[in-house]
Design a protein around this ligand. Structure first.
Ligand SMILES: *Cc1c(COP(=O)(O)O)cnc(C)c1O
Length: 366
């Protein structure tokens, strides 16, 4: 038996995460200049990063010979103030993906199971499978989470349920009342991970206060990220809010210095930069309108999305994706989500959105 064959079956069985194609990769492949390629594939912020975050990082550049504060004191203090929770209720991560994995590692083992929805964020199955736990995937309803079915799927050995709200890649949304009802019925010894990577994009009418639920539901863990609306995807910083006992368990399985010096100061700067968040949110609303109008004009079915991206149906998505790439436009094919007829596009700047729609129209005619 080879060394690779000796790896545990649950590790060998993992299909790796398929990321959006990097800009430089398409430039290399096509001979296009990087400045002539647009990437609308990874839900990155078209406005760039928060200027408050940039200023904070510039002032910290002289400190990189030092290890970060492994306890994240300053960032936790800011987050605690912003959310009205004690610092002990916060777990910092190298992106919120790190925190999702910590939750899986802290609570799952080969004798346990975890529940998530079909078409839910791909990191959940990966995090679960790495622990050797069994994954229970619940069929989606209208592309979104079937919250009643998720509750019904909880087995005696289930320790974690993952919910993304809004979900990526479908953009679907569960109203607060449904999640509250779900929390009321889930056994207290099952951790509910509520992934709110896109929560800042929600329109006022559907906003809700998940942090307030933590007091009533010590089995709830809410995750947030600086990757999306704060424009810091490349830096890797996110966090979880949870009961301090739960937070302490996640802390046991994380690397001591999992969030780097620049990420910690940038996150503090980004939190204070509320103007940038407001600007990003407004720009996304307009850009979403532009893209949806363009998809409608092309008679393409799409899944209504409350995130900064939208998934649309093109039939032979691999062919359309290739044709878009030849025109220097990178979107995200969803074959790895078992949606081979669909593409996901991130809301870009008005110019990027126009260029995407133009390239799409031509690609469809090819
Ligand atoms: C982008 C995204 C995240 C954030 O990932 P980071 O590791 O924080 O960059 C988390 N959950 C969902 C559903 C996402 O789409």
């Amino acid at each position: 038996m080879s060394l690779a064959e000796r790896a545990p079956a649950h590790v060998r069985g993992i299909s790796p995460y398929v990321p959006g194609k990097p800009l430089e990769a398409l430039a290399r492949e096509t001979g296009l200049r990087t400045q002539d390629v647009i990437k609308l594939a990874s839900n990155e912020n078209p406005l760039g990063m928060s200027p408050g975050a940039r200023a904070a990082m510039e002032s910290a550049l002289g400190e990189l010979q030092r290890y970060p504060d492994g306890g994240g004191f300053a960032l936790k203090a800011e987050l605690a103030r912003a959310h009205g929770v004690p610092p002990e209720a916060i777990v910092l991560g190298n992106g919120s993906g790190d925190v999702l994995e910590l939750a899986a590692r802290a609570f799952l083992a080969p004798d346990a199971s975890a529940v998530c929805s079909q078409y839910a964020f791909a990191v959940y199955p990966l995090a679960v499978m790495a622990t050797g736990a069994r994954l229970i995937e619940v069929p989606a309803r209208a592309w979104g989470h079937d919250i009643a079915a998720l509750g019904d799927a909880i087995a005696a050995d289930t320790r974690v349920v993952f919910i993304a709200n809004p979900n990526n890649p479908t953009g679907t949304f569960l109203p607060a009342a449904l999640i509250e009802a779900f929390l009321a019925r889930v056994p207290g010894d099952v951790l509910v991970v509520l992934d709110e990577a896109y929560v800042e994009y929600l329109p006022d009418e559907v906003r809700y206060d998940s942090v307030a639920w933590l007091a009533r539901h010590p089995n709830l863990l809410v995750t947030r990220t600086f990757s999306k609306i704060h424009g810091l995807a490349g830096l890797r910083v996110g966090y979880a809010l949870a009961h301090p006992d739960v937070a302490a368990l996640l802390d046991r399985v994380r690397q001591p210095f999992n969030v780097n010096v620049l990420a910690q100061v940038a996150a503090c700067g980004a939190l204070a930069d509320t103007a940038f968040v407001a600007r990003s949110r407004a720009a996304n609303r307009e850009g979403m309108r532009q893209i949806v109008a363009g998809l409608d004009a092309l008679n393409l079915r799409h899944i209504p999305s409350l995130g900064n991206f939208v998934s649309f149906h093109v039939g032979d998505a691999a062919r359309v994706d290739a044709a878009l790439q030849r025109r220097g436009v990178i979107v995200r094919p969803l074959a790895s989500y078992a949606m081979p007829a669909w593409l996901r596009v991130t809301v870009g700047s008005p110019g990027e959105n126009a260029r995407f729609l133009d390239a799409l129209e031509r690609a469809l005619k090819e």
